[in-house]
Design a protein around this ligand. Structure first.
Ligand SMILES: *[C@@H]1O[C@H](CO)[C@@H](O)[C@H](O)[C@H]1NC(C)=O
Ligand SMILES: *[C@@H]1O[C@H](CO)[C@@H](O)[C@H](O)[C@H]1NC(C)=O
Ligand SMILES: *[C@@H]1O[C@H](CO)[C@@H](O)[C@H](O)[C@H]1NC(C)=O
Ligand SMILES: *[C@@H]1O[C@H](CO)[C@@H](O)[C@H](O)[C@H]1NC(C)=O
Length: 627
């Protein structure tokens, strides 16, 4: 192994310099002229990030066209491993996961691709793109040379990278460079054996010619852990007063060659409960101007952010667990719904000073529609619908198991036990070790008592009689996507106590909400008996229908609702939580609607629905509400 590792960098650089002069179809690094060389000539890319997994396929072409018309010559593409390998050895490249279709579009439109296939991508995506099933091995050491981790990585790369090889620029495709790992310098493990392993695999599947690169924060420390001889280092930073200074750490480790900012931040993400992030158009265009003046290459992160549909949002840990909102608008130059902003036009003006921008206007915003109020009917309590969502027998266990242990990786799991004795006076139900990951909705005898929440609420008081059901619906709010050890197990990860006694003898019901709803539940249910409404508190389903007068985008607002999940025509739009903010409306892509027909809305409200259960479909987003 040692000889191979040593040989790769020397081989790489020697080969590239020869190729660059040869005049064929080539993409390489020119250390003398401090630039990339495309087909033998100095070349600079001005690129933007777009996540195909956060945008419905019907809109991929529109968004890529808008990027092209802005004057970009490349797009940067992350590939989330967990989106494509939901279970070990089970692959999905269809529908909204049709990576080939997306890459074909980039080529047809005339954009080059900077590929970032991971295996880890961060991206504020669940577990940074790593599959949660890696946690089936409890003490797995992610992003290191732990053999269990490496075996899973190898098997994924053996499926993914051969698909990419014919798409490389030198093979007639439009992929000019490929990133190995991602911001590895921010991961404390600093395991260069792991990075060398990846390097060998990428070379094995992609060949010796392709430009491989790493990306790190622009500090010496991050660059030292994140970069590896033979892989070209790049950095990331947002708007700064002095761009030359910002590139200095990169220049210290890589004295010659093109300067690259792989993530130039056009905005920032939002967390539930924090103010909406914004970044001024002036600041973003001024630093872009400075970056381009230095001759550097740049990728704008994000050009369009898109949406964390379903349960795909990630979370950070900054003193406490902080889940990311459903909207990934990012205050990017194209909005969450793909609409050009003033920031986009300002960036286009800057770009036009350095390279020709295609003639003609940027495609207009897609129309947004007001479809009005829809009245929802209460379908029933989640607890009365276990036959629909958890048809098998529950798992019997003395102490709680995690989502990973019961192999349900996303959404909700119900933990049920019985009160061991009468508790006539309010008694604390407690998670002494902060073991609720991440929110628990607590019922005794079917009555809703309140919420336990990771890092926020460790205790609520309950009353009841011996033998009453104690039901705890636990929500996975998104796995941490960044940090030293982000093995973020979900569910009741430690015991709960009632008073001072550990609760035992649990039944665990994994809840698969999405399959029945995608198949038409509750609208198409065979009339099952659901007990009458007890109250509007506690996890319960509501549904209704509407007939849109057009097939176009809209935003759903849930006025006075608290927190939950919403589906339209079986498509999981994501989490809503106006009670915490800042996001108030959810983006509804027009592609999931049927004009002039009956469309179905299904809502799972987890805490408390308004007395009048109305939702509003409106033509404006509200993502900067109060928190
Ligand atoms: C990472 O943290 C998890 C949960 O806190 C723990 O179970 C696991 O053993 C840790 N892994 C490593 C490699 O430290
Ligand atoms: C920017 O930083 C560089 C390198 O540190 C320095 O030489 C230069 O004077 C700075 N420019 C300004 C305008 O401060
Ligand atoms: C719960 O407590 C029991 C008894 O102390 C212990 O054996 C078990 O490991 C604990 N389980 C969890 C998930 O903390
Ligand atoms: C909505 O539900 C109705 C039943 O009420 C069903 O016939 C129809 O197919 C559903 N529409 C969609 C688009 O899922």
């Amino acid at each position: 192994m040692g000889t191979v590792l040593q040989a790769v960098p020397i081989l790489l650089l020697g080969f590239l310099c020869q190729q660059a002069g040869a005049g064929g179809r080539s993409f390489a690094i020119d250390l003398d002229q401090n630039c990339f060389q495309k087909d033998g000539e100095c070349f600079r890319y001005i690129s933007g990030s777009i996540h195909y997994f956060r945008i419905q396929p019907a809109y991929w072409k529109d968004r890529l066209m808008k990027m092209y018309m802005t004057g970009l010559n490349a797009v940067q593409v992350y590939i989330p491993w967990n989106f494509h390998e939901p279970l070990p050895g089970v692959y999905n490249f269809k529908g909204d996961r049709d990576l080939d279709q997306f890459l074909d579009l980039t080529k047809a439109i005339g954009l080059l691709v900077i590929l970032r296939p991971g295996p880890y991508i961060c991206a504020e995506w669940d577990m940074g793109g790593l599959p949660a099933w890696l946690l089936n091995k409890k003490d797995i050491s992610l992003r290191t040379s732990d053999p269990d981790y490496l075996n899973a990585v190898d098997s994924w790369l053996s499926v993914l990278l051969p698909k990419m090889r014919p798409r490389l620029y030198s093979n007639g495709g439009n992929i000019i460079s490929v990133q190995v790992e991602n911001e590895y310098g921010s991961h404390l493990a600093c395991d260069h054996r792991y990075m060398r392993h990846l390097h060998i695999k990428f070379r094995l599947y992609l060949g010796v010619e392709v430009v491989l690169f790493t990306t790190d924060g622009n500090s010496d420390k991050e660059l030292q852990c994140g970069s590896l001889e033979g892989i070209y280092p790049t950095v990331d930073f947002g708007p700064v007063p002095n761009v030359t200074k910002a590139f200095e750490p990169l220049r210290r480790i890589q004295p010659n060659g093109p300067l690259v900012n792989s993530e130039y931040y056009t905005g920032w993400l939002d967390y539930w409960g924090d103010k909406h992030s914004t970044s001024s158009s002036e600041a973003v265009s001024q630093s872009l101007l400075d970056i381009l003046k230095t001759g550097a290459n740049v990728n704008m992160y994000m050009l369009e952010g898109g949406t964390n549909f379903g349960y795909w949002n990630g979370a950070d840990f900054k003193k406490m667990y902080k889940p990311v909102t459903t909207s990934y608008d990012y205050d990017a130059p194209l909005t969450e719904a793909g609409d050009p902003t003033e920031k986009l036009l300002a960036l286009r003006t800057v770009i036009s000073k350095f390279q020709p921008v295609p003639l003609g206007p940027i495609p207009p915003p897609t129309p947004k529609y007001y479809y009005g109020f829809v009245t929802l009917e209460r379908v029933g309590d989640l607890l009365d619908l276990l036959d629909v969502f958890s048809p098998g027998s529950p798992i019997v266990t003395q102490y709680p198991l995690t989502f990973e242990e019961v192999e349900q990786y996303f959404g909700f799991v119900l933990y049920r036990t019985r009160l061991p004795w009468d508790i006539p006076i309010a008694t604390p139900l407690l998670s002494p070790l902060n073991g609720v990951h991440d929110r628990a909705y607590v019922m005794v005898g079917g009555d809703f008592y309140g919420v336990l929440e990771r890092d926020r609420v460790a205790e609520i008081k309950v009353t009841g009689s011996a033998g009453d059901c104690l039901d705890i619906v636990v929500e996975n709010m998104g796995r941490i996507n960044f940090g030293a050890n982000f093995s973020d197990f979900k569910g009741l990860v430690f015991n709960l106590t009632l008073g001072t006694d550990i609760l035992r003898d649990w039944l665990i019901y994994p809840l698969n909400l999405d399959t029945p709803i995608a198949e038409g539940w509750p609208q198409e249910q065979n009339s099952i008996e659901i007990p009458a409404k007890k109250s509007n508190r506690g996890p319960a389903f509501y549904s209704g229908t509407f007939r849109p007068h057009a097939q176009g985008d809209t935003y759903i607002k849930l006025p006075q609702w608290t927190k939950g999940q919403v589906w339209i025509n079986g498509f999981n739009l994501g989490r809503y939580w106006p009670a915490r903010g800042p996001q108030v409306t959810l983006y509804v892509p027009g592609s999931i609607l049927n004009a002039f027909e009956s469309n179905n809305i299904t809502v799972l409200e987890l805490e408390e629905a308004p007395v009048q259960s109305l939702v509003l479909l409106m033509d404006q987003p509200i993502i900067n509400g109060t928190t």
